[in-house]
Structures are given as C-alpha cells and as structure tokens.
Design a protein around this ligand. Structure first.
Ligand code: CP
Ligand code: NVA
Length: 426
C-alpha cells in the first residue's frame, strides 16, 4: 500500500483497505514503541502544526509521534500565525510547503483544510474541523479492534450532538468498516441527510448500517460501544449551553444506558469530557444548571467499561502511522492523487474537449474523450481515482466504459455537475 504524498483530510477520501492499512501500521508502531525499537526513519524532516483551536491530545500526539519518527515540529497557535488574517490559506500552504514535509491543521470549516491541501505540495493532515476529526477515528478504530479483536459487525451508538465532527466522523468510520452505527439523539441533532445517504451507500457495500433514533432504549440495547462527546464544541457560543442541556440531557451516558447495552459493552469518548466539576467550564456550567456531570456520569467514566485513556493513547500511535505512511521518504512530496484544475473555457468551447493542462502542476496532462460537452462557463474540475469516484458518486457506475482510464474528471458546475471519464494520457 502506498499512501506517500496523500493528504489525510477525512475518512471519506480513503478506501476500507487503506484505513485498515493505517490501523495495522499503528498497531505495529505501538508494539515497536512498547518494545523500545526506534522508528526514527524520517530524520531531517519537519512538520508544521497549525492549531486555530486548543488541544491537548492532538497536539501532543503529533509532537511525540513526529519526534519518535525523528522529525522536528513547529507549533503555530492562533495568535502565532498570519493565517487567514494577513495571509490567505493558499499563500500559507505554498510557503509552508517549501519548509516542511507535512502540515497538520486544526480549525473551523472543512473547506479551509481542503483548500490548504489543494495548494500544499506536501501532505496535509486534518487535526479536527467542525465537520470531521479523522485522526481521532483511527485511534477509535484501533481501540475497538484491540478490545473486540475485529471491527466488522461491531455495533456503535453515538449519543449527543451527532451533526458535528464526532458524530459525522464516527458514522463515516463505521460505514467504511462494515460496522453498525446508530445516532441516538434528538432529531434536531441527527447528522445531515446528504452525509447519512452517502454513508448508507457505503455501508450497503461493506455490510454495515446507519440508524437514526430518538429512543435511548432502542438505540443502546445490546450494542458493543457507547460513544459520546461534549455537548458544546470548541468555537460554539457559550449561550448555547442552556439549549444543549435541555435537548441532550436525555442522552447522557449513565448507568442505565450502560446496563441496557450490556456488561460486555465499552464506553468511549474522544475527550476532554465533563464528567465532574473539576474543570473551569464544568464547574461554571454545573453551577449555572445545578448539575454535577454532563454528557457522561463520573460513574461510567471511571468504570471498568470505560476505555477512554486507551483511546487517548492510541491517538499518538495512529497519528504516527498517518505521518509515516504519507510523508515522502525521498524528501520530495509526490504528486497528489487529487488534482484541482481550473480549466480555461476557451480550451473547451462548444466542442469536444481537447488537451488540457491541469493546474497547479503541469505534471498531469490528459486528452479527454467527451463527445458532447457544453461547457459554457469556467468549470472547476477535480480529478480523482476511479475507485474513489465510484464510492463517492455511485451514480457514475453505469456510465463507465470498460476502457475508462483509472481516473475520472468531475465538474463542480454552478448548475448540474457533469461527469467525464478519461481515456488515455496525453
Ligand atoms: N480528542 C481530541 O482531539 O482532544 P484534543 O482536543 O485535546 O486534541
Ligand atoms: N466536538 C468536540 C471534539 C473535541 C475533540 C469539539 O469540536 O470541540
């Protein structure tokens, strides 16, 4: 498996085999670390760690993992960089690519990390966005596999705000791995319908399933994993606490929930967690609403069913696997699989497509095979491997001919999206 030069932005971009490869590699690196076997094969390389939101686990995991691999790290906190304030994402990406062999980014919208990756010449790793938290997923999957010995068929129920990074990511991770995902929460907090449908299509191929329910009794009955996250995420306004407590209190993970799941079930949480009043925010919120614990009771958090600290440790081993797999060992990031291309409409006007030079690097040059192509505007094109395209957009399967190339061109038009497949390289 070769993932050199690949970004790690969301699990949707990876095939089940690629995800398993990263989990296997993490398990191997964990074993080596425990046995004191050095793995500093990336000496002389450096990574940039951009954090526009705070972090304990993700930052420490990236730093320790990078050092274990022999790499240097530069940490940029929200006040220490020009990103977005004085310098655009595109410019930042092009600057950092000239100094580092990889860039971690934690921030707000997924679009930002996607843009950073588009302009970066080195792999970009998503350290959490509002929509996705993919490195957390690898740690969670490793933890579940270590405990149960396998992933396929495992039933995981997520309670809380299932529309945000953790709910979305767990739903995708379960779909990819053939697991059964349930979002057990008030309907208002169900994940976005489009993502649910996309995950259902993936799950249909992997043997997994996606269920959305408001019933705690049904949603947690006999499941293997009960998972929750904070009710108010980083970047959300403080005023929202009242509404969240009102809406999500019925979905608190407590003794009854764990009993309903059964004594073989495990409890997981990405952390940090509000399970007592020993934090500033926990104490403030607790006092305001006369509560002593929020999304999970202290009893469950501290119980023998809780694997939260194993999960936290696995952040480091899995992040190490992502960096080792994607940083190029020849000191030069290889061409990315996904190439964004702005196409000059004059090149395409009114007739069949001709030779098109794809930006940003002219490494990719294709002749397109489209017969009728009514390009009337500047289109934004994405080239992606055919397997990824089939997974992401199942509707294209029927239009692929036997001699379709291994890549496919997708136009994100302002009107309808249109597909073109490639035949042959220029
Ligand atoms: N789980 C997680 O991402 O933790 P941090 O916010 O501490 O990085
Ligand atoms: N949903 C949480 C996850 C923290 C790891 C947040 O975004 O703050």
């Amino acid at each position: 498996m070769d993932l050199k030069g690949r970004d790690f932005l969301k699990l949707l971009d990876f095939t089940p085999d690629e995800i398993v490869y990263l989990i296997d590699l993490a398990a191997e690196l964990k074993d080596k670390k425990k046995r004191g076997i050095p793995m500093d094969t990336l000496q002389g390389k450096n990574v940039a760690l951009i954090f526009e939101k705070t972090s304990t686990r993700t930052r420490c995991a990236f730093e320790v993992a990078a050092h274990d691999l022999g790499m240097g790290t530069t940490y940029l906190d929200p006040s220490a960089s020009q990103i977005g304030k004085k310098e655009s994402i595109a410019d930042t990406a092009r600057v950092l690519s000239r100094m580092f062999e990889g860039i971690e980014y934690r921030g707000f919208e997924q679009e930002i990390v996607e843009e950073l990756a588009e302009y970066s010449k080195v792999p970009v790793w998503n350290g959490l966005t509002n929509e996705f938290h993919p490195t957390q997923m690898l740690a969670d999957l490793l933890t579940i596999r270590e405990h149960f010995g396998h992933l396929k068929g495992i039933k995981l129920t997520y309670m809380g705000d299932a529309r945000y990074n953790m709910g979305n990511s767990l739903m995708v991770a379960c779909a990819k791995m053939g697991m059964h995902f349930t979002a057990c929460t008030s309907e208002k907090y169900f994940p976005e319908q489009a993502l649910v449908e996309q995950c259902r299509e993936i799950a249909a191929r992997t043997g997994g399933s996606i269920t959305l329910t408001e019933s705690v009794e049904e949603g947690t009955k006999g499941v293997d994993v009960i998972y929750t996250d904070v009710w108010v995420s980083m970047g959300e306004p403080e005023e929202i606490w009242e509404e969240r407590i009102r809406d999500l209190s019925p979905y608190q993970v407590n003794r009854d929930v764990m009993k309903n799941a059964g004594n073989k079930a495990i409890f997981m949480h990405c952390l940090p967690a509000f399970h007592n009043l020993k934090t500033q925010i926990g104490a403030e919120v607790g006092e305001r609403f006369a509560l002593t614990e929020l999304e999970v009771t202290d009893e469950v958090f501290e119980s023998s069913q809780s694997l939260v600290f194993e999960e936290a440790e696995n952040r480091m081993h899995t992040i190490k696997a992502v960096m080792l797999a994607t940083v190029s060992t020849d000191g030069k990031a290889r061409k990315k699989r996904k190439v964004q291309a702005k196409v000059d409409p004059e090149l395409l006007e009114g007739k069949s497509l001709r030779e098109v030079h794809y930006l940003p690097d002219n490494e990719v040059q294709w002749i397109l095979s489209s017969e009728e192509c009514d390009v009337d505007q500047t289109g934004e094109f994405v080239v992606m491997p055919i397997e990824d395209a089939k997974e992401k957009f199942p509707e294209i399967k029927d239009m692929l001919s036997a001699d379709s190339d291994q890549r496919i061109l997708y136009r994100k038009g302002r009107h309808s999206s249109k597909w073109y497949d490639f035949k042959g390289k220029a």
